[in-house]
Design a protein around this ligand. Sequence first.
Ligand code: MG
Length: 380
Amino acid sequence: MAPGASLRIKSVESSVVALPFDMGGPTPSFAGRPWGHLEILLVRAETEDGFVGWGEAFGHAAIPATRAALDTIVAPLVIGRDADDIEALSRDILHAVHLLGRNGPFVYAYSGIEIALWDIRGKRAGKPLHALLGSGARPELDAYASLLWYPDATLVAKNTAAAIARGYRHIKLHQVTRADVLAAKAAPGAEKARIMLDVNCAWSVEDAHVMAQSLKEDGLLWLEEPVYPPEDVHGLAEIRTHGIAIAAGENTAGVFGFQSLIDAGAIDIAQPSVTKIGGIGEVLRVIALGKARGVKVTPHCPYFGPGFLASIHIIAALIEEPLVEVLWLDMAANPFDPWVRAVDGRVKVPQGPGLGCDPDPEVVARYRSGASVLTTQGHA
Ligand SMILES: [Mg+2]
């Protein structure tokens, strides 16, 4: 279709929603900053014919940097472009900013816009995103409880037991010792659950060898990001020889980064992250690569807004053995309730057009901490 004026992107708005939360223990710091709120970097895109889409750009302590990249560079590049030619836009924008970083705020910023454009595409078609992506949609998906880091094994056991009591049958720990894994395995009800361990690149290759050897009989479903730096694909491949399935990819730049991981024999499970990697289109390319190369894909999605909703749709449509990452915490009212919460260890797949849920403006207003708008007329 030739781009008509009505399909052009008229405005892009960024805003931050900061939700209070309780994670069942003291909140950790993140990149040296205290982590007091769940922050969502919301992106709102509007076309000249009045369609509005919502996206989410990564995230956490990177939000001020991502937002600056969005407001000053990426949004001006997309204003006036055809909202429905997402593939061409992705190629052009990511090429235009490639020497500003292939993995970081500029790609995160574009990811948020790209998700919003898919939301618009679904709304324009009158179909939920999962129906645009495939025909195998399911109304509910199994989820796993992704526990945050706790300073002692007692809290690990307590939160593992609590998550199992709430219906989860898969528990991921963000701990770095075997003692913590054993504490989780000994928690009440743990015999009903599988445990995964995510160490967020805590170890050298040498240390990871020692740890993987010690953990090999503990029945872990997977070991995630055992090695720093995450692009050490050959180091990761060495750790995989201990026999524990290796998962990685939330810090991988684009589909070619996943190709390097797979070529090196480094991973069993690929974890593209929709708010970081360039949006839905790039996750689809990673899923296609995984299918072609016999590598499972389990998207990384510890998010609370459109990034989470987009992940649910992708998983519902395209992932054979769905397992949705849900951070283990209780949060205040969320603008995307009820779709961002798991019940009995499962999440529901939204059935409305696009992402299937626009944010509740009253909840956004309650927790909003600033907004800026760029339009075809410039900053508003
Ligand atoms: Mg992780």
